[in-house]
Design a protein around this ligand. Structure first.
Ligand SMILES: [Zn+2]
Length: 467
């Protein structure tokens, strides 16, 4: 039997295994890429946390069964649309991000900001903070925004990579279609934001306890179902982390629960900057004490603060856009000049301690636990959570990642990002080069040894041949 040639056969086996491993790696390359962190943040304006129990909402419940449901999210004061949408993308209280109300006056700039008239594009009002899309893009990623408040404003010189100028008449389906395009384009976004105006508008008109809200909530459930089916069609549903939430809830108003400022103080002495139920009052020059004294004990269901008296727990004091006097109505009460002002059956903006002001919160996707519930979280915690999902560095904020990390699935590689991918590719290519080097070296060494032995044999044989 011939002696086995050492070196060659084991080396072939090693190379064979290596090629097989490389082939498997390349085969799974697309799915590895699909694990790049991606997130979609969805807000249904004014969707109160308990609307899902009022009527059949199979799509919300499907999302709950496949993800995490946080039962009580404490949003920020004032519980209005713009302050809370900016909190979700900055992790800051209103006093820190500077969007302190839907209607604002900045005494330093001597400029106003109004959601009512959509006069919201003055960058200076937004630039006390830097929203997540600015950071996301600085870190080399792309963002797509479908009507999210503030995403059609240039903030610190930046718009989202793709965005839709705000237009209420653009349908939900069109907004979803744009997002799907952005997530699946050749240069895809890693982060999408989707905003829808309902059920807030109808909640104001009807009041949250009105049975007619049933069909409105059912319609939102159908819209969520549509979003999920489109994500599934685009093969995004299993690889994207979706957060479905809202900015605030809604409470029932009544024409029996109205506080009329005209009954207590002369309208010539002050200006109302932001309206019921948390009324921002700017007294005329030198009239602060007079207006405050007139209102302080005026009505048992209205709490009136001088700015410096606003409780610390509301985090609503340290900003020049917070006016010198704040009058806050109790739940279900309204503050108006007088009853001729007009009236709606639902409102929000009240103390953020009230459950009626709290939004829905669901999180579904590969990063999250399945069929899990969490009792409470703060809306400020969403920002560090999103930064974790996107594998980007959060800016200083009022939230806590530790407070919400228990909603994450433990074993899933949440942040298999571009850096990780580059490392894996590097290791494979590096090992390949080392294997080639070893192959060439060993082959060269064996050949040299063989030649040397052959020469020695030849030299040793020569005298015999000469004989
Ligand atoms: Zn809202």
């Amino acid at each position: 039997m011939l002696p086995q040639k050492r070196g060659r056969i084991p080396f072939r086996i090693v190379m064979n295994c290596y090629w097989k491993i490389l082939a498997v790696f390349l085969l799974f390359l697309p799915s590895a890429l699909s694990l790049q962190p991606r997130a979609l943040l969805v807000s249904f304006d004014g969707f109160r946390w308990d609307y899902i129990y009022k009527v059949s909402t199979p799509n919300f419940h499907y999302a709950m069964e496949n993800g995490v449901h946080v039962k009580q999210v404490t949003n920020v004061f004032i519980t209005k649309t713009y302050p809370n949408h900016y909190t979700m993308v900055t992790g800051l209280y209103a006093e820190s991000h500077g969007i302190v109300a839907n209607e604002m006056y900045d005494p330093i700039l001597n400029e106003t900001f109004s959601l009512n008239t959509m006069d919201i594009h003055n960058s200076k009002f937004w630039e006390e903070a830097s929203p997540i899309w600015v950071t996301n893009q600085k870190e080399g990623h792309k963002t797509g925004a479908a009507m999210w408040p503030g995403t059609d404003v240039k903030i610190h010189g930046v718009f989202p990579t793709y965005y839709m100028p705000y237009n209420e008449s653009v349908s939900f389906e069109d907004r979803v279609a744009r997002l799907i395009d952005w997530f699946t384009s050749e240069e895809p976004i890693n982060f999408g934001l989707l905003y829808w105006e309902q059920p807030d508008e109808m909640g104001h008109i009807l009041g949250p306890e009105n049975p007619l809200m049933g069909p409105i909530i059912s319609d939102i459930d159908k819209k969520l179902g549509y979003l999920m089916s489109e994500l599934k069609k685009a093969k995004l549903w299993d690889v994207i982390n979706v957060i479905i939430t809202s900015d605030h809830g809604m409470s029932q108003s009544s024409s029996e629960r109205v506080i009329e400022l005209d009954q207590y103080v002369n309208r010539e002495l002050y200006e109302v900057i932001d309206h019921s139920p948390a009324v921002a009052i700017l007294p005329k020059e030198g009239k602060l004490d007079e207006v405050y004294e007139a209102l302080a004990s005026a009505h048992p269901n209205m709490t009136v603060y001088k700015k410096e008296q606003i409780p610390d727990r509301l985090h609503y004091k340290h900003n020049s856009k917070i006016q010198p006097i704040l009058a806050v109505a109790d739940k279900g009460w309204e503050i108006v000049y007088n009853k001729s002002d007009g009236f709606q059956f639902g409102n929000h903006g009240y103390d953020n301690i009230l459950p009626e002001m709290h939004p829905i919160f669901l999180a579904v996707g590969p990063a999250f636990r399945k069929n899990a519930t969490k009792e409470v979280m703060n809306a400020t915690d969403l920002y560090p959570l999103l930064c974790h999902l996107l594998d980007i560095n959060p800016l200083p904020n009022n939230g806590s990642f530790n407070a919400v990390k228990d909603i994450l699935a433990e074993e899933v590689p949440v942040a298999f990002g571009a850096d990780t991918y580059a490392t894996v590719v590097g290791v494979f290519l590096g090992s390949f080069l080392v294997m080639v080097f070893i192959a060439v070296f060993v082959k060269h060494f064996i050949l040299t040894q063989a030649n040397t032995m052959q020469m020695q044999h030849t030299e040793a044989a020569q005298p015999l041949l000469q004989d």
